[in-house]
Design a protein around this ligand. Structure first.
Ligand code: TYD
Length: 142
C-alpha cells in the first residue's frame, strides 16, 4: 500500500473543564476493528524503537504523553510524522517499514492493532521487506 494511505487522524475530542476526553471506535474513526492494544513507556529520551514492517497488520499510533517521531517507508518513499497530542493518531497500513525516534523523556506511545501478536507477521529485515514491497507494487501496477 502506498504511503499516502497513512495519515494523521484527528480523533473526536470532548472538551470539558474537568478534563478533555477522546474516544476511538473500530471501523468508525479507524479503518479496522481493534483486537490488541499495547504501549511503550519509560522510554529513555533519545532511544529508537520499531525498525520493522508488518505483512497484514493495521495500526493506529498515538502519543498519549510527550512526543516522538514516526518515520514511515513504503519501499519507494519516506515520510516523517511528529506526534505530540493524544487526540491525533497516525494510521499505519500493512507493508510499511516504521522507525520511531526523537522520544521526549516520559513519553507514552499507545498502539491500537487490528490483529493479535504474531511474530510471523513481521519483517525485521529491511532488504527482505524492500524486495516484497517492490514485488507487490509491481504486481499491482500490471
Ligand atoms: P517489538 O515489536 O520488537 O517492539 P518495537 O515496537 O520496539 O519494535 O516488541 C518487543 C518485544 O515485545 C518482542 O520480544 C515481542 C514482544 N511483544 C509481544 O509479546 N506482544 C506484542 O503485542 C508486542 C507488540 C510485542
Amino acid at each position: 500500500m502506498p504511503i499516502a494511505e497513512c495519515k494523521i487522524a484527528d480523533l473526536p475530542k470532548i472538551t470539558d473543564p474537568r478534563g478533555n476526553l477522546t474516544f476511538i471506535e473500530g471501523k468508525s474513526h479507524i479503518p479496522f476493528e481493534i483486537k490488541r492494544v499495547y504501549y511503550t513507556y519509560d522510554v529513555p529520551g533519545g532511544s529508537d524503537r520499531g525498525a520493522h514492517a508488518h505483512k497484514n497488520l493495521h495500526q493506529l499510533i498515538i502519543a498519549m504523553s510527550g512526543s516522538f517521531d514516526v518515520v514511515l517507508d513504503d519501499g519507494f518513499e519516506k515520510k516523517r510524522f511528529h506526534l505530540n497530542r493524544s487526540y491525533f493518531g497516525l494510521y499505519v497500513c500493512p507493508m510499511m517499514w516504521r522507525e520511531l525516534d526523537n522520544f521526549s523523556s516520559g513519553s507514552v506511545c499507545l498502539v491500537l492493532a487490528s490483529e493479535l501478536y504474531d511474530p510471523a507477521d513481521y519483517y525485521r529485515d529491511y532488504k527482505e521487506f524492500l524486495r516484497d514491497a517492490k514485488a507487490k507494487r509491481g504486481l499491482a501496477e500490471c
